[in-house]
Structure formats: structure tokens, C-alpha cells
Design a protein around this ligand. Structure first.
Ligand SMILES: [Zn+2]
Ligand SMILES: [Zn+2]
Length: 169
């Protein structure tokens, strides 16, 4: 998945925005924001603030080739899905194509999901096995499964209790 953006539309982190225009609120994009580097300071940002600026503006660091860093979850999901597909003996070079167009029927796709489950080491709930989905769709699906377990630090149950709770020894 790749979101194309014009050379003149630069990502700006909230800190840079506040430095520049603290007197008014930015227009934010609130969905599908990739993790990017702020074109003004190089900090990773998902603030969803984009500003228009000419490339010869000395403050713009990117020179028009916006610095993007890939989402580690998507990277991880990509390699899991890729392994499962190649394990099934299927070759592909473009992840935006559907399984159907790769000659994968639902039976074969089911076996790919089984392989994905094996690699994730957990059961995955799949509503329907439809070869019309693209490889990218499955990557996004797997990234979502990976998401919570990685992003949420596991908090030991005991630390959730307030010290001195009645009943505690
Ligand atoms: Zn830029
Ligand atoms: Zn910045």
C-alpha cells in the first residue's frame, strides 16, 4: 500500500506546526496516515498535517522526495504473507494483484491462510475466503492482527491494582 502525495505537499509534525503557526489550528487528515518523516525536522510523524511549500524553500528538507519510513507492522505482515504465498508455490511480483489473477482458487487460498496462521502462531478468524482479495488486502489484514499484540505493552495484572486496596495482603 502506498499513498502518493504531490511533491509540494509536505508532511509536518505538530511541533513544527506549532512553531510556525501557533495562532491557528492545522487542517488534519485523520485516516490512512502513513508513518512519515516530517519534511521540516525529520521526526517520524503520524500527525496528518500537510502543508504546501515550494521545493526551493530552504526549510523543506525532503527536496520533493518525501522521506517515508515503512511501518514495521506492515513490513512484518508483508514477510509473513510473502512466505505463506511462496510456500504454496506461487510466484508473484506485484502485491496489488488479486489472488484470482495469480491463479489461486479458494482452496489454495485457504491453505495460504493456514500457513499464515502457522507463522502467526495463532488462529485467525476469516469471514470468507475470496480469491478476489489482493495480496495487499491480506497484508493489511495480517498487520491488523499483529497490531494490538505489539503496540500494547503487556501490563502485569498486579500493576493494575491500586496499592493499598482493601483485601490486599
Ligand atoms: Zn516533503
Ligand atoms: Zn517537524
Amino acid at each position: 500500500m502506498k499513498i502518493e502525495r504531490s511533491q509540494l505537499s509536505h508532511a509536518m509534525c505538530a511541533a513544527c506546526w506549532n512553531k510556525r503557526s501557533s495562532n491557528h489550528q492545522p487542517t488534519r487528515i485523520v485516516f490512512n496516515i502513513p508513518l512519515e518523516l516530517c519534511c521540516y525536522c525529520g521526526t517520524p510523524t503520524k500527525d496528518g498535517i500537510y502543508v504546501r511549500a515550494e521545493l526551493d524553500d530552504p526549510k523543506v528538507l525532503c527536496g520533493g522526495i518525501h522521506m517515508s519510513i515503512s511501518d514495521p507492522l506492515v513490513d512484518q505482515a508483508t514477510s509473513i504473507v510473502h512466505n505463506a504465498i511462496t510456500e504454496a508455490g506461487i510466484e508473484y511480483s506485484d502485491s496489488s494483484v488479486s489472488f484470482e489473477s495469480l491463479g489461486v482458487d479458494s482452496l489454495m487460498l485457504a491453505s495460504i491462510y493456514v500457513e499464515i496462521e502457522k507463522q502467526l502462531n495463532k488462529e485467525v478468524k476469516i469471514d470468507s475466503i475470496d480469491p478476489k482479495v489482493t495480496v495487499d488486502d491480506v497484508i493489511q489484514f495480517v498487520a491488523k492482527i499483529l497490531g494490538p499484540s505489539i503496540q500494547t505493552p503487556s501490563v502485569p495484572e498486579t500493576s493494575l491494582k491500586t496499592p493499598g486496596n482493601a483485601g490486599n495482603p
